[in-house]
Design a protein around this ligand. Structure first.
Ligand code: ASP
Length: 329
């Protein structure tokens, strides 16, 4: 069946159906992304980076590769891009460091891998995959995660590798604001985006999801957000759907956003679109928290939803290929 249904609902929910087998969705973070924030040249750059990553993941799927491989390669490319808050280009902690979190999950087996607070691993998503496949555990943090990365022969870089002038300036502005009497720990709203994630459905009918981030500018030493938390930032189960989250991590953890969407689909019999709408536009909004998700069902239904002004996002299936930044785009 080659028909395609696209529904643009209220509040920037986009839901549709990938009719013909494989599909991949990507996000590059949600936040105060209003038209005019970027120049046309910058918009083109962001969209090109999203497109390159989307295409790389889609090629894996089209050639019969696994959803896990597609998610890993897509996220690794976005980690390598200085435009996003993951890998190179990650935001800075309050004391001027880049502490990276990532996770990945296999919808066929429910195997999962996650890492938190790493500072020298070039591609945290590859380390999350290694944790899933090469250890008995699900999650490693800080020094133990770094040691495991070395043991597994993953690419290690000097912490300076992650530095970008733009993110450093954002931290300096935030510190300055705080000195001038801002609320202690208050985060400038427009610094909370750039996390990356992907969800994929392969030709074997398997789902996978992954997420990678530098967290939030000004985060306190040792803070871990939702991105590496299985069930909050990432979840995948062939019985329901695959989800990657972005937004105010503390609230995504409290709501177990990714798992809740899958549970509503599996136990509640809801569509991917209805479950996503419930979590993002009802529950998350009721907590005055902001963010978004990309969700892909085992049947090819998908949704991209956010209650912020925008979300870097994209989808590629046999019938559809597009990337967008702003609401109603
Ligand atoms: N969810 C991420 C975190 O809380 C941040 C983001 O997605 O923008 O670490």
């Amino acid at each position: 069946m080659r028909y395609l249904l696209i529904v643009f609902a209220l509040f920037s929910v986009c839901a549709a159906h990938a009719a013909d087998g494989v599909a991949i969705l990507v996000h590059g973070g949600a936040g105060a992304l209003e038209r005019g924030k970027y120049t046309p040249e910058e918009e083109t750059e962001y969209k090109a980076a999203l497109n390159d990553a989307l295409n790389a993941g889609y090629d894996v799927l089209r050639d019969g590769g696994t959803a896990l491989d597609a998610v890993e390669i897509t996220i690794a490319m976005l980690e390598d891009s200085p435009h996003f808050n993951a890998g190179k280009g990650a935001v800075f902690t309050r004391d001027g460091r880049n502490e990276l979190d990532a996770s990945i999950m296999d919808g066929e087996t429910l195997n999962a891998g996650a890492v938190a607070g790493v500072t020298t691993v070039k591609n945290p998503i590859r380390l999350a995959r290694a944790v899933m496949e090469k250890s008995r555990h699900v999650m490693f943090a800080r020094d133990g995660a770094e040691a495991f990365a070395q043991e597994q022969g993953l690419e290690i870089v000097d912490p300076d590798y992650f530095y970008t002038e733009r993110r450093w300036r954002t931290l300096q502005d935030a510190l300055e604001k705080e000195k001038k009497g801002g609320k202690h720990g208050a985060l400038p709203v427009d610094t909370k985006f750039g996390t990356v994630g992907a969800v994929a459905l392969d030709a074997h009918g398997n789902l996978a999801a992954g997420t990678s981030t530098g967290g939030m500018t000004m985060k306190q030493w040792g803070r871990v957000g939702d991105s590496p938390i299985i069930g909050a930032g990432t979840y995948a189960d062939n019985n329901s759907c695959a989800v990657s989250s972005t937004g105010d991590g503390e609230f995504f953890i409290r709501l177990t956003v990714a798992r809740d969407i899958c549970a509503q689909v599996e136990y509640g019999g809801k569509s991917v679109a209805a479950a996503t709408e419930d979590i993002i536009h009802k529950r998350l909004t009721a907590m005055q928290a902001s963010g978004g998700v990309i969700v892909l069902g085992a049947d090819g239904d998908y949704a991209m939803a956010f209650n912020s002004k925008g979300m870097f996002r994209g989808v590629k299936t046999a019938e559809e290929h597009r990337v967008a930044i702003y609401g109603n785009e």
